[in-house]
Design a protein around this ligand. Structure first.
Ligand SMILES: Nc1ncnc2c1ncn2[C@@H]1O[C@H](COP(=O)(O)OP(=O)(O)OP(=O)(O)O)[C@@H](O)[C@H]1O
Ligand SMILES: O=P(O)(O)O[C@H]1[C@H](OP(=O)(O)O)[C@@H](OP(=O)(O)O)[C@@H](O)[C@@H](O)[C@@H]1OP(=O)(O)O
Ligand SMILES: [Mg+2]
Ligand SMILES: [Mg+2]
Length: 381
């Protein structure tokens, strides 16, 4: 594995010049996670980080040993028939097939597995985690492709979906995918906007655990979440919400406020159980950069997985960039096999062993954990 060195050391310079790592993500994301800091860190380690221009031939821009990307939007648009997006995706695919020495973080076929919420839930269900871990669960869900009330009721009943349920766009990524509704009774079925997924609402005392994976490392970050609702049908009106208003670190929506006497932590998730889940998921999706959301169900010992995201925000992970660099260096040193290795042997790497450089301490993410009482960072050890 490549040795981690301080900002002045470059462990990856070679006779042929520095290693080149390409990247692409939207400008919005690039700014939000302050990716320029990662560029500085790479440079300090003898790695040149270059933004890929999606409009230009890839050959002109290479060579790349690794490409880090979030191409969820072009992949989605391409799947919906957008010709420009198709051309972009095709360019990437052609480049990778002509350059098998380039590792794509992550492979496009893996990302495609996570674009549709139903497919993601099915995939996790197929891991048959119930047998191995007993307590990992996907709340009952069903895809709805109709506005016909009788047909909706039939599908809900056949799939054991109970009121209240959350209605989510079937598309899992992109700005339109985060608008949701909580439906409490049959009258609320007019608010079903197909194609969507209906998923039984699970009471969890308004606490969500985000598990963020970076190669062979993972982190658990506590976040606010939706408050409890009385189980079963009620005469409440449908509640519409945007997921980014309720489960970001800084969320303070009225939907996060538990009734007095009901607030408080349930049993905390076990690191070992989540580690097993990370291993199983990584084996299945062959990805290095992904995250998933877990809620602990009131009154049971069940862990409910409600969401899985490609290249999430990693907000609350103070050492994300050193961890990403470490993974990239493993790929550079291991001939592109490190993601597979990570999938087989997720280590219990403790991030505090990574160097804390001056540059990293300036990263805005560093200030996050101290701002919010619930954002305890729990590196798995
Ligand atoms: N089945 C459920 N039971 C209870 N609460 C839920 C359920 N599903 C989702 N939620 C709540 O709704 C929020 C948004 O759901 P979800 O994570 O599926 O959306 P998302 O838009 O994909 O989120 P992200 O921003 O993490 O990608 C969750 O953070 C949680 O608070
Ligand atoms: O920044 P991006 O555009 O990638 O937004 C992602 C967002 O990160 P943010 O923290 O930057 O908002 C993620 O939040 P966390 O799970 O990490 O909380 C999650 O919502 C992804 O589903 C989003 O990806 P999208 O669905 O939009 O593709
Ligand atoms: Mg989520
Ligand atoms: Mg999501």
């Amino acid at each position: 594995m490549g040795k981690m060195q301080g900002p002045s050391g470059g462990s990856h310079s070679s006779g042929n010049g520095p290693h080149r790592v390409g990247y692409w993500m939207s400008e919005k994301k690039e700014k939000r996670i302050n990716f320029a800091v990662f560029g500085d860190l790479c440079r300090a380690h003898g790695i040149e980080l270059v933004k890929v221009d999606l409009e230009k031939p890839m050959e002109e821009q290479g060579p790349f040993q690794v490409i880090v990307h979030k191409l969820t939007d072009p992949l989605l648009e391409a799947s919906q028939g957008n010709q420009a997006a198709r051309a972009i995706v095709q360019r990437f695919e052609d480049f990778i097939s002509r350059h098998p020495e380039t590792t794509l973080l992550d492979p496009l076929h893996s990302i495609r597995l996570l674009l549709n919420r139903c497919h993601s839930y099915q995939m996790i269900q197929e891991l048959d985690l119930c047998q191995t871990d007993g307590i990992i669960n996907i709340p009952p869900f069903v895809e709805l492709r109709t506005t016909n009330r009788d047909e909706i009721i039939r599908r809900l009943n056949n799939n054991c979906i109970t009121f209240p349920f959350v209605c989510k766009n079937v598309v899992a990524h992109g700005s339109n995918s985060h608008e949701m509704a909580i439906i409490f009774n049959e009258d609320g079925l007019v608010d079903v906007k197909p194609p969507c997924v209906a998923q039984s609402f699970i009471n969890h005392n308004a606490i969500l655990y985000k598990v963020f994976v970076v190669g062979s490392m993972f982190f658990i970050v506590e976040r606010p979440s939706l408050k409890n609702f009385s189980p079963g049908k009620s005469d409440r009106k449908t509640i519409f919400f945007n997921s980014h208003d309720v489960s970001k670190a800084e969320s303070t929506s009225h939907l996060n406020e538990q009734e007095p006497g009901r607030a408080g932590r349930l049993h905390q998730p076990s690191r070992q159980v989540l580690k097993n889940l990370v291993e199983r998921l990584q084996e299945k999706v062959s990805m290095a950069l992904f995250g998933f959301d877990v809620i602990m169900e009131c009154g049971t010992d069940r862990y409910n997985v409600i969401d899985i995201n490609a290249f999430p925000g990693y907000d609350g992970v103070p050492d994300f960039f050193p961890a990403l660099l470490r993974h990239v260096e493993e790929l550079l040193d291991g001939g592109g096999d490190a993601t597979k290795k990570a999938a087989k042997h997720p280590s219990n790497a403790v991030l505090s062993s990574l160097p804390q450089t001056q540059t990293l301490l300036k990263h805005p993410m560093q200030s996050f954990p101290s701002k919010q009482p619930w954002s305890t960072l729990m590196p798995i050890s």
